[in-house]
Each structure stands twice: as C-alpha cells, then as structure tokens.
Design a protein around this ligand. Structure first.
Ligand code: FAD
Length: 480
C-alpha cells in the first residue's frame, strides 16, 4: 500500500510522528509540502516566514533524499491539493500531525472528508506538543483555565509516563520512502522576494534549530535570571523553530529533564521547561475555547469600550512604527519591525502599553504581531495579548498596569537595548534615557537632541492614561 505524508508545521525528517506511522504501515511513502495559497495571499511580498520555510524545505528535501525518499512541493489551495495528489499517487492514506488552530482543524476536516469520499484514509497524530487537548485534566476531569495547576498536572503526568518522550524513529523504517527527485520552486515563482532573514543570520532548518539549542544549553542554568533583560542573550531564540517544527519538542523536554536528573540544569532548567508548558497550555486553551480568536476569554471584558476614530488610529500608527516617545516601547517595536523577533519582556511591555496607555483594542495589536512575528503562533499570541488585556485565562488583574518607564529602568537599566535600536538617544546617560521628556532642555541640546525633531515627545502621559484605563475597565465588575 501507498501513503502520503503531509508536512505542515513539522519540517524535519527525524522524530516525526506522522512520518513514523506512515513508514510503519505502508510499503511506499511519499512526502509533500503545500505552500497554501490561502495563507500566502495575505502576506507581504518579502516575508521572513516564507523565506524560513523555503530554506528549511531545501534542507528537509535533502535529508529525505539522503534517507532514500524525496519531497514533493506544491503551491495551491491545500484543501484541494492534498486529496488530488493522493489520487494521482494512488495513495490509500494521508498522514499528518495534529494542528489545534480552528481554521486548520476545519481544513483538515475538509481534507479528511474528501479523502474518505474517495475511499482513502486520513491518519492524524500528536506531534507538536507533549500533551494535547484533554490529556491533562484536573482531578475532577475538567479542562484547566489557570496555568499553575495545569503545569503541575502536566509535570506529574510526564513523570508518571516518560515514554511519551520516546523519539519516533525514522532511520530503521526508511526503506519504505518512495525514491525520487525533489523539485523546489524558487521564491519568485511563489510570488515572493527574499526578506532580510539571511542578513539577520537567523538559522533555518533542522541544522539551524540544533545549532541554536546547542548554543543555548550552556546558558540554560542562568535562564531564570537572564531571560528578563532584553539586552542580554538570555532566551533560546527557538520559538521560530518550535513554530515550524524544525526541532522536536520531545527532544527538547528530554534533554532538559536529563540535565535536571543529573543536577546539571541549574535553576534555569525548570524555568525554561515551564515556558514550554505555557506553549502547550495556550494550545490547549485555544483548542477548547476557539472563541478566544475573536473575543475575550472572559466574556465580561467584551463590554470594554476601546478608543476609536482618528486619534486612536494615529496613536496606533505611532505604536506600530515605534514613535510613542517611550524609548523602551519604541526600541521594542523597532526590534519587531526590523527583525521579526521581540523579547518576551518587551512583548508584555508593548502589549500593555497599547492596551492600557493608549486604550486601544488588544485585537489590533494582536493582528500587528501576527503579521510581523517570525514565531507567530495563534495560540501563544492570543494568550499573550489576552493576558496583557486582562481578559484571558490566568491574566494579570486589570488594575496592575505596567509603568513603561519603570519597566525600562528595571529591565534595561543601562539603556543598552534602547541604544541598540534608537541610536539617536545613544548620547543620553543611563538615568536619562528611559524618559527623555524629563531631561532638561539644555542638557538635551548639549547632546544635540531636540524632542519632536530627533525623537518624539510622549504621545500620552502614563499617569493620566492609567486613570482612564481604570475607568474604562470599571465595566468589568469582577477585577482580575
Ligand atoms: P524562550 O524564553 O527561550 O522560551 C522557550 C519557548 O517556550 C519559546 O520558544 C516558546 O515556544 C515557549 N514560550 C516561552 N514563553 C511563552 C509564553 N509566554 N507563552 C507561550 N509560549 C511561550 N510566542 C510564540 O511562540 N508565538 C507568538 O506569536 C507569541 N506572541 C506573544 C505575544 C505576547 C503579547 C506575549 C506577551 C508573548 C508572546 N509569545 C509568543 C510568548 C513569548 O514571548 C515567546 O515565545 C518568546 O519570546 C520566544 O522567544 P524564545 O524562543 O527565545 O523564548
């Protein structure tokens, strides 16, 4: 029998659930990736994610050829292309890994139905998370909506059954791969042009992911401390690889647990593992509560009236373009716009600023992040934005409002991150750089900085904005 493995956000040829099951159950296995025209249509011509996929597919194809197979690549509406290709190849079954996003679930449902109508089989597997859907439940069998008890139950379940981390071997089964030559369309053929991904030296593919993880491991022990300071190389920078599956989550978790068991991970190992659990928590929330895509997790928060109209549009544009007059916020937005990455602390700061200083609907910020983040993931992005707007599960209470200047002093005390992205403020001292509007004019002039010319005046005063936010949120009867 013949099978087709449909690669989506799992661009690797090792420890791959769908590929493993297909190889075990079939005599001949074809592999395909579809550049989904429905998704590509909404993207700018130079998109780092398309670039990343393009480069990662070249490595995947080479690796599959090395194993004796090849990669078929199509540019089409995936929902139509997959059943058509299965028919062309005479495949009895299509194998893929689970996706938890509502649109992807609908698309997979349509593909499964089309296959079934033609007498073919759809076989889908857990791969991108350690635990999915309803695998981690409370003692009363309910779905968690608070992170800490979820995390505790997640860890308990894993320790009770670490076999979930056993890798899906491909090598011993490779003989079933259908040989052939991979033909990969150049970016231009897809209607895209190169982004600055190469210039940024963002590593792609399985080798890129492995290299980043290797570099991160010596930093792991200190992760808990270093992760909050955007000027420091603290986090792993693996999010884009987790997004596109160029690495295996089972491998990451296994490595961290092994280090912990040997007492080698320091305090950082547990903290980092907790972050990987956040990712699964949000995926689980999205799966069980798909309404979060369009509205607040907690419905009472949908009653909030956001700023709208010309002034709000201008404030939103200033936020997007990093022209708010708050250096940490502006430097963070410059990091996002120039590189597609934003440090986690800064995602929290900029999101809170948009919502609670500018009074703008969190969904507008969420959409901007979705378009620009290299690691954009619906579940985590939505979870992060709903956390910041206090409307989500386990969100911060609405009356706890980040002060952007204090955050700057605390997490970029010496202004190193700000100077990297706002060179026009580089001459300001470490104490001055966080709030240039408070610096005496004479001193600014000595530094050759004119506010309004070289750098904007603040578009809002935080203390006043804070009061307005508390009033705005008063419609929500129960805080937090
Ligand atoms: P590390 O600190 O090394 O963490 C390791 C991994 O854990 C990450 O790669 C990620 O997969 C996961 N992780 C870490 N923090 C979180 C978190 N808070 N929620 C869920 N998973 C987490 N993450 C995304 O992957 N995609 C997004 O679209 C996204 N949007 C966000 C929007 C907002 C407003 C906020 C506050 C956070 C968002 N995050 C998102 C979470 C987090 O900021 C990024 O995962 C992290 O900054 C990626 O960098 P890293 O790989 O170096 O992380």
């Amino acid at each position: 029998n013949t099978s087709l493995v449909w690669f989506r956000r799992d661009l690797r040829a090792f420890d791959h659930a769908a590929l493993h099951h297909a190889l075990r159950q079939s005599k001949s296995v074809y592999c395909v990736f579809v550049y989904d025209s429905a998704i590509l249509a909404g993207l700018p011509r130079a998109d780092r994610r398309v670039d990343f996929i393009h480069a990662s597919l070249a490595e995947l194809a080479a690796e599959l050829e090395q194993l004796g197979g090849h990669l078929i690549v199509r540019h089409a509406d995936a929902a139509e292309a997959i059943p058509r290709l299965a028919a062309e190849l005479g495949a009895d079954a299509v194998f893929a890994n689970h996706d938890y996003e509502p649109q992807a679930i609908a698309r997979d449902g349509a593909v499964a139905a089309a296959l079934q109508a033609a007498g073919r089989h759809w076989s889908s597997h857990k791969d991108q998370v350690v635990f999915e859907r309803a695998e981690v439940l409370s003692q009363t069998g309910g779905v968690f909506s608070v992170y800490t008890p979820y995390k505790n139950a997640w860890l308990k379940k894993l320790l009770a059954d670490p076999t979930v981390l056993i890798p899906y071997n491909i090598e011993p089964l490779k003989a079933a791969l259908a040989p052939g030559r991979s033909v990969l369309p150049p970016l231009a053929e897809l209607g895209f042009e190169p982004s600055n991904l190469g210039q940024l030296a963002i590593p792609t593919g399985m080798s890129g992911a492995a290299g980043l993880f290797e570099q991160f491991l010596p930093r792991l022990a200190n992760y808990g401390v270093a992760r909050d300071f955007p000027a420091v190389k603290g986090p792993s920078y693996l999010s884009m690889h987790l997004r596109f599956g160029t690495l295996s989550i089972r491998h990451l978790v296994r490595t961290v647990l092994d280090l912990m068991a040997r007492g080698a991970g320091g305090d950082g190992a547990q903290v980092w593992l907790n972050e990987l659990v956040w990712r699964e928590f949000y995926a689980m929330i999205l799966f069980h509560h798909p309404h979060v895509v369009a509205s607040a997790f907690k419905p009472a928060y949908d009653a909030i009236e956001w700023e709208a109209g010309g002034e709000a549009d201008a404030a939103f544009a200033a936020w997007c373009e990093g022209r708010t007059g708050y250096p940490l916020v502006d430097a963070a937005m410059a990091q996002l716009n120039q590189t597609g990455y934003m440090h986690n602390r800064l995602r929290m700061v900029t999101a809170c600023f948009l919502i609670k200083d500018l009074g703008i609907d969190w969904r507008r910020g969420e959409a901007y992040f979705a378009l620009h983040l290299n690691d954009f993931e619906l579940a985590s992005n939505n979870g992060g934005w709903q956390w910041a707007s206090s409307s989500g599960c386990d969100a911060q209470p609405y009356f706890r409002i980040f002060n952007p200047t204090t955050q700057s002093e605390k997490f970029d005390g010496a202004g190193r991150f700000i100077r990297r992205y706002l060179p026009q403020l580089a001459a300001l001292g470490d104490k001055e750089i966080h709030a240039p509007w408070l610096v005496p004019r004479m001193l600014l002039e000595q530094r050759n900085i004119v506010l309004g010319r070289d750098y904007p005046q603040p578009i809002v005063m935080h203390d006043e904005a804070r009061k307005r936010t508390l009033e705005r949120y008063a419609v929500v009867k129960k805080p937090g």
